[in-house]
Design a protein around this ligand. Sequence first.
Ligand SMILES: [Zn+2]
Ligand SMILES: [Zn+2]
Length: 400
Amino acid sequence: MNKQHIFSAFSSTSGLYPKLGNDESQGGTSMKIKAAVVRETKKPYSIEELELEPPKEKEVLVKWAYTGYCCTDLHILSGELPFAPPLVGGHEAAGIVEDVGPGVTKVKKGDHVVGAWMAPCGECPQCRRGWGHLCTGTAGYFGEGTMFDGTSRIKDKDGKMVRHSFFVSAFSTYSVVPEISAIPIRKDFPLEYACLMGCCISTGWGAVTNTAQVLTGDSVAVFGLGGVGLMALRASRLRHANPIIAIDKEEDKEDLAREFGATHFLCNSKENPVQRILEVTGGGAQFVFEATGDPGAIMQAWWSLGIRGKLVVLGITPFDRTTDLPLFLLPIHEKSVVGSLYGSMCAADIDIPRLVDMAMLNDLKIDRLVTNKFSLKDINEVAEKMNKRQIRGRWVLKWD
Ligand SMILES: [Zn+2]
Ligand SMILES: [Zn+2]
């Protein structure tokens, strides 16, 4: 599988990696922003001052307050995902609306918003079936890193265009996002926690409640205890699943895992967890959530399934990696393997405010998820720590 093949799956209408040249500016005054730019994969972020054009029709200018560092950001930096630099990443963010373009009706200046990295068009077959998170109408722009008119609002000091990323581009003081990606939320919810609604909370929560639809008493195992995995544990606990087995390579994640709802903890860098999972669940888990995207962990997750068990893959596997799942037991035990994208949220503008309400009741333990705050100048150190698996919980970039 190559990058071209993956993008043709995104969209049959958009060109691949269109050449970003010098843009003819379309009116309005550009503003200066500061951002972490992926100039080249497998290299550190370049901290740069950039120019940001004002929002066009149905677009919103957001001043970011906090941006979470998600492992997908590291995958983009490492070149493991098919996105071409130069780009401004950062897709898990919350901030305040600074300005709106013509035709914007859903938000206004001063609103608090969460950036949503899926921007459903509302008109494609997927959107019309209620699968807005799988929208194919805007997927080409997602892949190419542009707004819906096929151009970018960001350019560098030489006037060369820089791509957006995941529509949010929040490793940046400000960005322009499609209106549908700016989800308004109540103002009494702290923005430092709200940022996580944009990715790890929605993804982990939705995988359990929407994709898998875990019920009381179901047995659950969760591989990988980053932000997504911890939220999958929390959702399983609030659904009264039992047992809830957490698996991670790092032993020091045990206390956090138990706090979020795990009844058991296994360290898969010390032992193969499959036998213990089969014992604890009496033959295999009904639902196994794989939140790392690591082919080895996916194999362990597969072998941990019970009869009619469902493996839910949330982690993003590098685009050129494969696994050797032995499918013999797929029909024999009626097992299934399903993917879950963005928590199978049909509409982020409905689901995210509901999750915010739950967080206000302290049901989600979101304050325990944010374990550190950092500044833009430290982003390369944070990427390095993420790469070395030295981050527990979620670290968020605090903007001034
Ligand atoms: Zn993410
Ligand atoms: Zn659509």
